[in-house]
Design a protein around this ligand. Structure first.
Ligand SMILES: Cc1cn([C@H]2C[C@H](O)[C@@H](COP(=O)(O)OP(=O)(O)OP(=O)(O)O)O2)c(=O)[nH]c1=O
Length: 189
């Protein structure tokens, strides 16, 4: 049995490595579509499942595949990864001074069953000046992050407080993952 992380995200790899998991990475060919008309948490679960199932179709039947999808939700509006600098600027401007939710959907797929769930973390972004947004955009950090910021990077300068799982914001809720892996018969400790 091999544990496979169906993700191109270096953050997810780092988090899984942090907890001593022995795994390999395989990226899925799934194209995300955040415009789907389903509630945000369902969208995150759906996309996590799609990524995991796509990879599962290419591996051995006894393997375990993990998929995840992180979205930012502000007043019911879903923000994925920005398409360009203008989109990132728009996201950061609207997140400033407000609380939003970071939702990660997670799926663990085995030949027997698909376990899935989601985790919500509330994040309050403080006031940000236009000058700070422009400076942050030039770092390039926002471009591959949901909501256009990285709590684990310079984006931490904007985060006033969080309520909930930190790893969830970075892209992989480790406590929830452990719970789902245990159901699939995989123990990390
Ligand atoms: C909010 C936030 C998101 N992110 C990242 C986590 C995810 O990698 C990314 C959201 O995009 P995702 O589509 O969830 O993931 P991905 O495209 O990077 O990787 P894959 O689909 O192959 O698994 O945003 C941070 O790194 N820090 C943060 O503070």
């Amino acid at each position: 049995m091999t544990i496979i992380l169906a993700s191109a995200s270096p953050r997810r790899r780092d988090l899984l490595t942090q907890v001593g998991c022995d795994f390999v990475v395989m990226t899925s060919g799934v194209v995300e579509d955040n415009a789907q008309v389903v509630p945000p948490h369902e969208l995150a679960i759906l996309q996590a499942k799609e990524k995991a199932l796509d990879v599962f179709s290419k591996v051995q039947a006894h393997d375990v595949v993990i998929g995840a999808d992180t979205i930012v939700v502000l007043d019911g509006q879903v923000y994925g990864k920005p398409v360009d600098k203008n989109d990132a600027r728009r996201m950061l401007t609207s997140l400033a001074g407000k609380e939003h939710q970071v939702i990660t959907g997670i799926a663990v797929v085995t030949a027997k069953e698909i376990w899935n769930d989601f985790v919500v973390t509330n994040v309050k972004i403080g006031d940000i000046t236009d000058e700070e947004i422009e400076a942050y955009l030039t770092t390039g950090e926002p471009m591959d992050k949901a909501g256009a910021y990285a709590i684990q990077g310079k984006g931490a300068l904007f985060v006033e407080s969080i309520n909930g799982c930190y790893a969830n914001v970075v892209g992989l809720p480790l406590n929830k993952l452990s719970e789902l892996l245990k159901k699939a018969g995989v123990k990390l400790l």
